[in-house]
Design a protein around this ligand. Structure first.
Ligand SMILES: Cc1ncc(CO)c(N)n1
Length: 224
C-alpha cells in the first residue's frame, strides 16, 4: 500500500507538525489573533490554488470516481475559501483592505506553485500523491487538536472543520485514489509518488511555521 508506507516514511515530520508552536497554541486557544489573521489571509489564497490543482486532477483522472472526487473537492476548496472570507474574516476583525495589506508569503506562493507545477507537468500518480497531504495532514492535525480540547477556545470552529467526519471521508477517498494509482504505475513513478508526498508534507510544516513567523519577503523593502 502506498499510503501506509508514505505515512511511515514521514512519521517524524508528522509528529513535528503537531508539535509546532502554531498548532500547540491553537490547541490551547492562546494563539495571537495577529498570527491567526495572517494564517487566514495566506490560507484563503492557498485554497484557490489548491482548488485549481484539484480541478486539474479531476480532468486528468482515469477513474470516474476520482473525477467526481477531485471535482467535488475543487468546488469545496473554493466554497471554503468564500466561507472563510464571509465568516472568519468578520469574526477576526479583517476588512478587505486589511487582507490586501497582508502580502502572499513566500511559503504560500511556493506551496501553491508547487501543486500547480505538478498538476501541469507531473504524472497523474504524482499529482494525487502531492494532493494527499493537503487532506490527510490537515485532518490529522485537526483531530489531534480536537482531542486536546477542554473548555472554551476561540479557534474551535476552525478546529472542528478539519476534524470533521466529512473531511475524514475526503481523506479516505484521496487515500483510495493514491493506493489504486500506485498499483498501476512503474517503480520510478512509485518513487516519485513518495517524493511528492514528502514534499507536500514539508510544505504543510512550512505553512504553519511561516504563519507563526508572520513570514514576509526580505525583498519587500526594495519595493516602490
Ligand atoms: C495549507 C493548507 N493545507 C491543507 C488545507 C486543507 O484544505 C488547508 N486549508 N490549508
Amino acid at each position: 500500500m502506498f499510503t501506509e508506507q508514505a505515512w511511515t516514511r514521514t512519521e517524524r515530520l508528522q509528529r513535528a507538525i503537531v508539535e509546532l508552536p502554531f498548532n500547540t497554541e491553537l490547541a490551547a486557544g492562546t494563539l495571537s489573533p495577529e498570527r491567526f489573521r495572517f494564517y487566514l489571509a495566506q490560507d484563503a489564497r492557498y485554497l484557490v490554488g489548491f482548488g485549481r490543482a484539484l480541478a486539474i486532477a479531476a480532468a486528468r483522472a482515469d477513474d470516474h470516481d476520482e473525477v467526481a472526487f477531485f471535482a467535488a473537492s475543487a468546488h469545496d476548496a473554493v466554497v471554503e475559501e468564500r466561507r472563510m472570507h464571509q465568516s472568519y474574516f468578520a469574526r477576526f476583525g479583517m476588512s478587505e483592505p486589511d487582507l490586501a495589506a497582508i502580502g502572499t508569503s513566500p511559503t504560500c506562493l511556493a506551496y501553491t506553485s508547487y501543486l500547480l507545477a505538478v498538476a501541469q507537468t507531473g504524472s497523474y500518480a504524482e499529482l494525487v500523491a502531492a494532493l494527499l497531504p493537503c487532506f490527510w495532514v490537515y485532518h490529522h492535525v485537526g483531530t489531534d487538536i480536537l482531542n486536546r480540547q477542554h473548555g472554551e477556545n476561540p479557534y474551535r470552529e476552525w478546529i472542528e472543520t478539519y476534524a470533521d467526519e466529512g473531511f475524514g471521508e475526503a481523506v479516505a477517498k484521496c487515500r483510495a485514489a493514491a493506493d489504486r494509482t500506485f498499483f498501476t504505475v512503474d517503480s520510478d513513478t512509485r518513487e516519485r509518488m513518495f517524493a511528492a508526498f514528502q514534499q507536500a508534507t514539508e510544505y504543510e510544516w512550512l505553512f504553519w511555521d511561516s504563519a507563526w513567523r508572520l513570514e514576509t519577503w526580505p525583498t519587500a523593502r526594495f519595493r516602490n
